[in-house]
Design a protein around this ligand. Structure first.
Ligand SMILES: C[S@@+](CC[C@H](N)C(=O)[O-])C[C@H]1O[C@@H](n2cnc3c(N)ncnc32)[C@H](O)[C@@H]1O
Ligand SMILES: [Zn+2]
Length: 308
């Protein structure tokens, strides 16, 4: 028998945005536009469009869980605690492209009502998550939430993976439109005065030390000028302003990465030292003008939705 679809926060149909989703535990149906979705391996699956198939295997996912746990504990949680110190209730946060879902677990432990959406194969790790009821398969470009639902919406390295051919570094002709579509959705579902925060490697840094490295190798991918796989601060600024944000600024990135693999070997420590130095340097307040420059390996860009 069809009943109202159960989820910790209200959902809408990603196709017509009516609050009319019903489920019999196997399929999900929109009573307004008759779109059909499903429950996939116990998780609400409201993906509109294609699933994302990525190269991550089990070893890679375990490493990502450890590395993501560091980032949430040392970066996202302190940032959100600062932003919502005076809110007076549990902040509601959306993690877009939450991967293995570790960021959602950790945010719950720290006192946030966090929802995670994901479209790719990292959902294989979800049965291990404590806050699994708050995880859902959905496309960041067509979100199943009403307008103004979240105090903050964030994504850790998701924009470069939109508008690319498969899980590659080659952009399609539609890369700008696809990225803008997701930015618009992030702004739509944030409340007026809410925060939109996004991170990824910097397009202007000569190397991409985070993508395309073989496990155990320290040789970084060269970031060719002219490639639009990565974004720069000005790419983010243009996109987020077009999506309706007012203030857009680069945040300090120090603490984002724990260098969890390289810090266990002398070679890794030595080769990683200049990169760690640049994270530290570009995060200093008097050096903020360097944050989008060729010296900044990583970007965290923070925007606000006008109003309230
Ligand atoms: C590099 S991973 C980052 C995972 C996690 N946020 C982190 O910081 O470790 C990028 C994730 O974005 C997801 N993704 C790509 N396109 C998406 C879309 N349209 N909607 C939701 N997630 C998407 C991918 O499946 C992948 O898991
Ligand atoms: Zn509908």
């Amino acid at each position: 028998m069809m009943q109202a679809l159960a989820f910790p926060i209200p959902l809408v149909c990603p196709s017509c945005r009516a609050a009319a989703l019903q489920s019999d535990g196997i399929t999900i149906r929109c009573a307004a536009c008759e779109s059909e979705f499903r429950i996939t391996e116990g998780f609400v699956d409201l993906i509109l469009g294609e699933r994302f198939t990525d190269d991550s295997d089990e070893t890679c996912q375990c490493y990502e869980e450890v590395s993501n746990a560091h980032t949430v504990e040392h970066y996202w949680i302190p940032l959100f605690k600062r932003l919502f110190a005076d809110l007076g209730r549990r902040p509601r946060i959306l993690a877009v492209g939450c991967g293995t879902g570790v960021e959602v677990d950790k945010l719950h432990e720290a006192g946030f009502d966090a929802v995670g959406i994901e479209i790719g194969d990292r959902t294989r790790s979800w049965p291990r998550r404590q806050a699994r009821d708050w995880l859902m398969l959905a496309n960041g470009m067509h979100m199943p939430f009403a307008d103004d639902s979240f105090d903050a919406v964030f994504c850790g390295c998701v924009f470069p993976h939109l508008g690319v051919v498969g899980d590659s570094f080659v952009v399609t002709e539609r890369y700008r439109e696809d990225r803008l579509a997701m930015a618009r959705e992030m702004v739509r579902v944030a409340r007026p005065g809410g925060h939109i925060v996004t991170s990824s490697p910097n397009r202007h840094f000569p190397f991409d030390i985070f993508h395309g490295r073989e496990p155990g190798s320290y040789r970084p991918r060269v970031n060719w000028p002219g490639s639009h796989f990565l974004l720069s601060v000005s790419d983010y600024r243009t996109m987020l302003r077009d999506a309706g944000c007012d203030r857009v600024a680069a945040e300090p990135a120090d603490g984002y990465w724990g260098f969890v693999r390289s810090k266990h070997s002398l070679k890794g420590l030595l080769l990683g030292a200049p990169v760690r130095l640049l994270f530290w340097l570009t995060s200093l307040e008097p050096m903020r003008f360097l944050r989008g420059s060729v010296l900044a390996p990583w970007l965290v860009v923070h925007a606000t939705k006008p109003g309230a």
